[in-house]
Design a binder for this molecule. Structure first.
Ligand code: SER
Length: 320
């Protein structure tokens, strides 16, 4: 049987820490190396972990060779809100990091590469409801521009260089095991923390701002399902639309109130409102469902119950 050795780059982030655990379950802890530019926190301390900066190409190549890596999950990126504050660095990290990984895939004949795209690759003239797989893409944030360009690089490396690179256009990802990391959709993570600690939350988006969202367990499942599918099933070599739910701040607040009746939300929109307004409200992911059998498990109700039940337990465990 072929031996797998998986490298996760940017494992300390919101998605990375949970995806790493999914990979442990699938491939065994000993076959997964989690890396980041910062020391590991929480659960990541329980597996293989090394410091790795994807921008240091020589080190990356040596690392891949030395550890006989066969698959890379490349997650290190600057998100939408942070990217607007430091656009040149966002371009540098998001683009050069990806190209370093894709070049390594050619050099070391990696089996597969995973790279996340985002709903941020769409823009103000993209159809907002049920956004199709193939449509207008006119991103207005630097983050979105790097995602759109990255999709084209993935497509190019697959067709011209034979790299089996796969990608999903994630909606806003919501989990409770790591704090938000500079995204526009992150209000929907923060709101649960504040609902439990303060019973109130000030939202930086307007009450009726609909955005596509996904619970972290579904995001991990989608990623692993995509990566486990046989290559001929992957017909989309830029990135797949993927979806599970869509809601606005007033709806998530209502759902939280069912569990915490005294919870109150107030609204104070900032620059992130314009970013949210440029993105789709809901996504048509029928191609992912058809090509490799994508199916989600969590809606707003199930996710809210799950987070409000588990977050206090998780916090008390990690505080020890
Ligand atoms: N969650 C991301 C952000 O808000 C979008 O991919 O930046």
């Amino acid at each position: 049987m072929k031996k797998h050795k998986i490298l996760v780059i940017g494992a300390g982030g919101q998605l990375g820490s949970e995806l790493t655990q999914g990979l442990w379950n699938l491939y065994g802890k000993e076959n997964v190396i989690a890396t980041d530019i910062k020391d590991p926190q929480g659960i990541l301390t329980q597996g293989n972990f090394e410091i790795l900066d994807v921008l240091k190409q020589k080190h990356l190549f040596e690392f891949i060779q030395k550890n006989a890596i066969t698959q890379v999950y490349h997650l290190a990126a600057v998100l939408s809100a942070t990217g607007e504050k430091n656009p040149k660095f966002a371009w540098h990290l998001n683009m050069d990091g990806l190209i370093h990984v894709l070049d390594a895939a050619v050099e070391f004949k990696l089996d597969k590469v995973y790279w996340p795209s985002s709903i941020a690759a769409f823009g103000p003239t993209t159809p907002k409801k049920n956004t199709p797989q193939d449509t207008i893409m006119d991103p207005t944030t630097i983050y979105g521009i790097t995602k759109q360009a990255g999709e084209r690089w993935c497509h190019w490396y697959y067709h011209k260089m034979g790299v089996d690179v796969r990608s999903l256009r994630y909606p806003g990802l919501i989990g409770y095991k790591t704090k938000p990391g500079g995204g526009t959709t992150d209000y929907a993570v923060d709101i649960y923390f504040k609902a439990l600690s303060d019973k109130k939350f000030e939202c930086f988006l307007k009450p009726d701002t609909y955005l596509p969202m996904m619970y972290m367990d579904d995001a991990v499942k989608a990623t692993l399902d995509l990566m486990e599918a046989s290559s001929e099933k992957i017909k989309e070599r830029s990135s797949y639309n993927i979806s599970s739910m869509s809601f606005c701040p007033s709806e998530i607040a209502e759902e939280i109130k069912k569990h915490i009746p005294e919870f109150e939300i107030t609204y104070n929109p900032d620059f992130r409102q314009a970013i949210a307004d440029s993105w789709p409200q809901s996504i048509d992911d029928s191609k992912a469902r058809l090509d490799w059998g994508w199916n989600h498990r969590f809606g707003l109700k199930e996710m809210t119950r799950e987070i409000l039940t588990n977050l206090p337990v998780y916090e008390s465990l990690t505080a020890q």
